[in-house]
Design a protein around this ligand. Sequence first.
Ligand code: PXP
Length: 239
Amino acid sequence: MLRLGVNIDHVATVRNARGTAYPDPVRAALVAAAAGANGITAHLREDRRHITDDDIARLAAELTIPLNLEMAATDEMLAIALRHRPHAACIVPEKREERTTEGGIDAAGQHNRLAPLVGELVAAKIRVSLFIEPDPRQIEAALRLGAPVVELHTGRYAELEGDALAAELRRLSDAAALAVKNGLEVHAGHGLTVDNVAAIAAIPQVMELNIGHALIAESLFVGLDGAVRAMRAAMDAAR
Ligand code: PXP
C-alpha cells in the first residue's frame, strides 16, 4: 500500500501568525490519523518559524502512528532526534531565507558532513531518509551513506508543464527504479496536490508520499478530515 504522511507544519504557521495556542498541530495530527494518514511529518526548522520544540515533544508522546521528523543536518537537530526517537528522520537542506525546502540535499557533495549524523541516527534505530533530487548521483551517495530511504523531491514536477513535466516525471520514475534496484525504500513529496498526485502515486516503487501545504490549504474549505480522505482517494485511484 502507498502510505500517506501528513505534514502539519502549516497548522503551526497559522497558530504562530497570532501567537495563540491554537490551532494546535497535535490536534491536527490526531484528526489526520483518524482520517487515514499513515504517518505525521513535522519539520523543526532552525528558526522555529512553525513547528516548535514543544510540538515535537508532544507529537512524540501522543501519536499512535509513526512520526517523521524533518530536520537539517546539524548537531542541534541530531540531539533533538536522539532525545525524542521519532520513527523516522528525513534530512533536508535548510536555508533561513527560503520559503520552503527549495531543493534536495547534496548527499554526494556533503558526504563527510552527513556520514556521522546518518550513522548516529541509524544506530539509534531511527529510519533515516535523505530528501534528494531524482538524480542517480544522489542515489549512489545515499547508498554510500547507508541511509535506508530516499525521499524524491517532487517540487519541480509540481511546477512544470508539457514536455518538461513529462521529462521530470521520467526522471522521478527512473530514480525510483534505480533506488529500489539497489535496496533503498523510496518516498516522494513536495508540492503535491489532489490534482497532480496521480502520476507520482502511480510510480510503483514509491511507498510513501509526504504532503502538507495543499492538505492544510484544502482543509479551510472541507476540513482536515475531508482533505485527507480526498487525497487518500486520489492516491488509491492512481495506484
Ligand atoms: N517532504 C519534504 C522533505 C518537505 O520538506 C516538505 C515540505 O516541508 C514536504 C515533503 C511537503 O511539501 P508540501 O508542504 O509542499 O506538501
